[in-house]
Design a protein around this ligand. Structure first.
Ligand code: HEM
Length: 377
């Protein structure tokens, strides 16, 4: 349960309702920022190449580019931050060579986002002082996408007048930087209609980071409407272990030192039942019950997905805001099992994960069934 007064002694900016579904225990194991030692985090690099898989070369693209997050058989929270755009080889292929990734789900996911926003406009939040940061993000991300996909999209700018073309959407649009009315759906919704990532904007003031804007339609069991206006440390209050282990306070220090234009990334993971990107707190009644029944469902290997977020952190050059981008990938256990090292790593991670972390991730009722299936597949 979340309380209105936080562990950091700062009153929350408004009353904080209870949220369903999250474990709230805190334990005291000691973990540190990345350093040499046993491989326990969502490590960026997989080292063992499974020749059998690679030689077969029959894996579909969704598996080849999947950012498999485990580099060993044990997972614990860590900052696991590294520079962005560095390609990571996996047993099945590679991921991460780009900041933005257009994949086979591009149109379907953007349609999904549009429908979520139509149903629930609270998934988009912009406190008034964050308008310049949104324009800063537009002028950073659209050129980046055009540079990474020159055959698909293009961005030109003369002064404040910009032209954006997107051949996947048959779109050719002109707008003026800083003029919200030049993009009829509004600048942040427009940006969210062009890239698959969810976007969160953090304002840097009073020696802290504040979540003051975002468009988040694919949250993994949290809510941007709930979190808007909170400090970075308050946002992480429900997460077990990270306060005691100083992971989040160090992460905030790291983010506050980011220089304009610098880009870093990390990964995070959970499990999701069915190919459902919208697992926001707001839709909890639609998806939470499946957690109680999936363990006994013979379709578990096809319904249960490993959900991996590639999270990018960028200091926007003009506004000084920190942009946090969350790109979510889903892969069913049946596909994970096609890569023998993944099958084994994930099966062991799920079996070993401490209960407080499994409770927080909402997987405690079925992680054993998932682990048993993976290890016996
Ligand atoms: C190096 C930077 C960061 C670290 C080390 C970090 C760490 C974590 C960890 C360990 C979790 C729990 C994840 C899980 O078990 O599934 C978490 C959750 C979360 N993080 Fe971060 N995070 C970082 C950056 C950010 C940023 C920039 C934001 C944007 C405000 C953010 C927002 C969240 C949210 C909203 C949750 C879910 C909290 C909830 O359950 O309500 N994180 N983070």
């Amino acid at each position: 349960m979340r309380r209105a007064s936080t562990a950091w002694g700062t009153p929350a900016p408004r009353s904080l309702p209870d949220r369903p579904g999250k474990g709230r225990q805190h334990h005291h194991d000691v973990l540190r920022l990345p350093q040499p030692g046993p491989r326990i985090g969502a490590g960026p690099v997989s080292t063992v190449i499974n020749e059998a898989v690679r030689d077969a070369d029959v894996l579909p693209e969704r598996i080849k580019h999947f950012p498999f997050p485990f580099s060993g058989d044990i997972y614990r929270y860590s900052a696991n931050v590294e520079p962005s755009r560095k390609e990571v080889s996996t047993e099945a292929g590679a991921w991460g060579g780009r900041l933005l990734h257009i994949d086979e789900h591009y149109l379907a996911e953007l349609k999904d986002r549009d429908e979520v926003l139509e149903r629930d406009p609270s998934r988009l939040q912009v406190l008034p002082h964050m308008r310049p940061a949104v324009w800063d993000a537009i002028c950073t991300l659209l050129p980046a996408l055009a540079e990474e996909y020159p055959d698909t999209v293009s961005f030109t700018r003369e002064g404040d007048l910009c032209r954006w073309r997107n051949s996947l959407q048959n779109l050719d649009v002109e707008f003026t930087v800083g003029d919200d009315s030049s993009l009829p759906m509004g600048p942040l919704r427009f940006l969210g209609s062009q890239i698959q990532d969810d976007l969160v904007f953090l304002d840097h003031r009073q020696d802290a980071l504040w979540l003051d804007a975002g468009v988040v339609t694919f949250a993994a069991d949290w809510s941007v409407g709930f979190d808007v206006g909170m400090k970075f440390l308050e946002v992480h209050h429900p997460v077990p272990r990270v306060k005691e282990e100083k992971i989040v306070s160090r992460a905030e220090q790291f983010l506050m030192r980011l220089q304009p234009g610098e880009q870093y990334r990390r990964t995070n993971w959970t499990l999701t039942i069915d190919r459902r990107l919208d697992t926001s707190t707001e839709t909890y009644p639609n998806w939470a019950h499946d957690r109680m029944t999936i363990a006994d469902d013979p379709a578990l290997p096809d319904r249960l997905h490993l959900r991996v977020e590639i999270q990018h952190m960028i200091r926007l050059p003009h506004s000084g805001a920190v942009l946090f981008m969350i790109r979510s990938y889903l892969l069913p256990l049946r596909d994970i099992a096609r890569v023998p090292v993944w099958r084994q790593n994930m099966g062991r991670v799920l079996a070993e994960l401490p209960d407080d972390m499994a409770e927080y991730k909402g997987i405690i009722h079925y992680r054993k069934a998932a682990s048993d299936w993976l290890l016996s597949a």
